[in-house]
Design a protein around this ligand. Structure first.
Ligand SMILES: Nc1ncnc2c1ncn2[C@@H]1O[C@H](COP(=O)(O)OS(=O)(=O)O)[C@@H](OP(=O)(O)O)[C@H]1O
Length: 331
């Protein structure tokens, strides 16, 4: 990394991150020994336990693993970045708290979904984990960490995990667009570079395939613990996904609710067009000072066709096929 890049990184306006100099010394020592990847402009990565973590959040991942206490009623929204996290957070929050909030004055009309559903590791990274304790139960909390890195208290409690995954080709396109928005770097980040890193598994929280595989394998063994949702299926039939999730997290829709269209109303509240056009999501910034509009782009299936050559798509599909060759998982 050049000195200029290093200076720029130290000035990033994100507050939900910790500069390595500020990290608790007990984690800093370990982090500095880990393999490093610094080609994703604003996002420096460190490799641990087979996964690449953003350095600025990694002390949070370690602290979360060590001390986070899950409550039995927690609903954990787990995902690989750019797989539909924002949407699933909104839906889960709206479903779980549907008796508490009126749809016309709902928190999701004023807050970005990431501010309704905090990311556990970010709060440990900034050492304001007490915030998580102040969230009223039942809590909906988010995480991007791999299943193997989750704290035991999540794995062993009766809390539920809802995981969303998406075609890696669209994940890459979405991720690349977000990274290129860090325009203060004033430096090109060619799609071909992102593609190369992605194929090697060198991506934030990656490799994506291993991330999915861990959650999927666990969901097969413990279907009562983990529900896997697919972004593409959710786009096709969001109501079906919402009903599945409500049943899974233990708050099924009653017949009366079904009759008055409660599911459809929640789907509408959390729809891409509705959320994207809210003032808070057009002009606001939330968790970590990231502009909220970064979370809303196109929300379609197959946008990869506009950015990848057929050869690139084929290469990614082959990697996907190979990675899941011993598994029953398909996208
Ligand atoms: N409500 C809703 N419905 C459907 N799709 C949505 C919704 N909100 C966000 N999006 C699209 O999800 C993509 C962002 O993924 P994440 O939310 O996982 O991003 S993040 O990891 O939290 O940064 C990103 O996909 P792309 O448009 O392909 O980039 C968003 O546009």
């Amino acid at each position: 990394m050049s000195v200029a890049d290093s200076k720029l990184r130290s000035r990033l306006p994100f507050s939900a991150t910790t500069k390595i100099e500020e990290v608790d010394p007990k984690y800093k020592e370990l982090i500095l020994t880990l393999p490093k990847e610094d080609q994703w402009l604003a996002i420096e990565l460190r490799k641990y336990g087979g996964f690449w973590y953003p350095e600025r959040h990694f002390s949070g991942v370690l602290a979360m693993q060590e001390v986070f206490k899950s409550q039995p009623s927690d609903v954990i929204i787990a995902s690989f970045m750019k797989s539909g996290t924002t949407w699933l957070k909104a839906l889960a929050f709206a479903v779980l708290h549907r008796e508490k909030y009126n749809l016309s004055s709902h928190p999701l009309l004023k807050l970005n979904p990431h501010d309704c559903v905090p990311i556990i590791e970010h709060h440990y990274a900034t050492r304001d984990e007490h915030y998580l304790e102040s969230v009223p139960s039942p809590r909906v909390l988010g995480t991007h960490v791999s299943y193997s890195m989750l704290p035991d208290s999540i794995k062993t409690s009766t809390s539920k995990i809802v995981y969303i995954c998406r075609d890696p080709k669209d994940v890459l396109v979405s991720l690349w667009h977000m990274v290129t928005k860090f325009e203060w770097f004033n430096k090109p980040f060619p799609f071909a570079k992102a593609f190369e890193l992605f194929c090697e598994g060198r991506m934030p929280y990656g490799p994506v395939w291993d991330h999915v595989l861990e959650y999927y394998t666990k969901s097969i063994r413990s279907p009562e613990k983990i529900l896997i949702l697919k972004y593409e299926e959710m786009l096709k039939d969001p109501s079906d996904g919402v009903v599945k999730m409500a049943n899974f997290i233990g708050c099924p829709f009653s017949e009366d609710e079904m009759k008055i269209g409660s599911v459809e109303k929640i789907v509408e509240l959390c729809s891409f067009n509705k959320l994207k056009d809210l003032d808070v999501n057009k002009n606001g910034s939330g968790a970590g000072n990231v502009p909220n509009n970064y979370y809303f782009r196109k929300a379609v299936v197959g946008d990869w066709q506009n950015f990848m050559t057929p050869e690139m798509a084929n290469t990614l599909d082959e990697i996907t096929k190979e990675k899941f060759s011993d598994s029953t998982f398909t996208y």
